[in-house]
Design a protein around this ligand. Structure first.
Ligand code: ZN
Ligand code: FE
Length: 231
């Protein structure tokens, strides 16, 4: 069983999500994409968690800036794609897409989705039906293309689309409001999106993270329509 604690970072301007994840069987813990250290440390202290690993999806500063402080504080090891080893400072464990990263008994498949950046990876905990999508797929919208091509983004999203519908995904930013506006343009009058947005706004107003949705829901409300070529 994998426990996930979302931590909102850079709240109100970049709205990153870092995630503290714990393999409940062995209590092995990791932090995914620590945008900044302070809110992650607060959450770890509150939950009495000592992360042993820092997992990065890609090299952008808003996903790695907390790395070194957390590495030092917890003697954690930084894990990233071998393709990013030269530009993620302090990288300790370099993964090759296709390989498995073991977090205690939890197993993450490393999936290359080069497009937002070249070398962007997903951490897919297949048995737990949990996927960390970084800046490739958000709630109701997809990531910008900084280093790859539109064709690469299309291929990346198709890799995500091929995963089972009941997988919950956790994005690298809280972009639900913007995503919903975008999705509305392609889904006029879709109550599913409207209800989700209303729920999301209520949670955010209380300072709570938006609950994750399944890939099935995303496939229905985002990808299949937004990716349809526009004439
Ligand atoms: Zn990014
Ligand atoms: Fe980002």
């Amino acid at each position: 069983m994998l426990q996930v604690y979302p931590v909102l970072c850079r709240a109100g301007y970049m709205d990153n999500y870092a995630y503290i994840i714990v393999d409940e069987t062995t209590k092995t813990a990791a932090v995914i994409d620590p945008s900044e250290a302070a809110p992650v440390i607060d959450k770890c202290t509150e939950q009495n968690i000592t992360p042993q690993f820092i997992l990065n999806t890609h090299h952008h500063f808003d996903h790695v800036d907390g790395n070194l402080e957390l590495k030092e504080k917890y003697a954690a090891r930084i894990v990233c794609n071998v393709a990013d080893a030269g530009r993620i400072i302090g990288a300790d464990i370099c993964l090759t897409p296709g390989e498995i990263f073991n977090l205690g008994r939890a197993r993450a498949e490393i999936i290359d989705v080069s497009a937002h950046t070249i070398g962007h990876i997903l951490y897919y905990f297949k048995n737990d039906k949990i996927l960390f999508t970084g800046d490739t797929l958000f709630n109701l919208c997809v990531g910008g293309i900084f280093e790859g091509t539109p064709e690469q983004m299309f291929a990346a999203l198709n890799k995500i689309k091929a995963l089972p519908d009941d997988v919950l995904f956790y994005p690298g930013h809280e972009y639900t409001s913007g995503g919903a506006m975008f999705a509305f343009q392609y889904n006029h009058g879709n109550d599913d999106i409207k209800n989700y947005l209303d729920r999301a706004r209520r949670r955010l107003a209380e300072g709570l993270p938006v609950a994750p949705v399944t890939l099935g829901w995303a496939k229905k409300n985002v990808a299949t329509r937004i990716l349809k070529p526009q004439r």
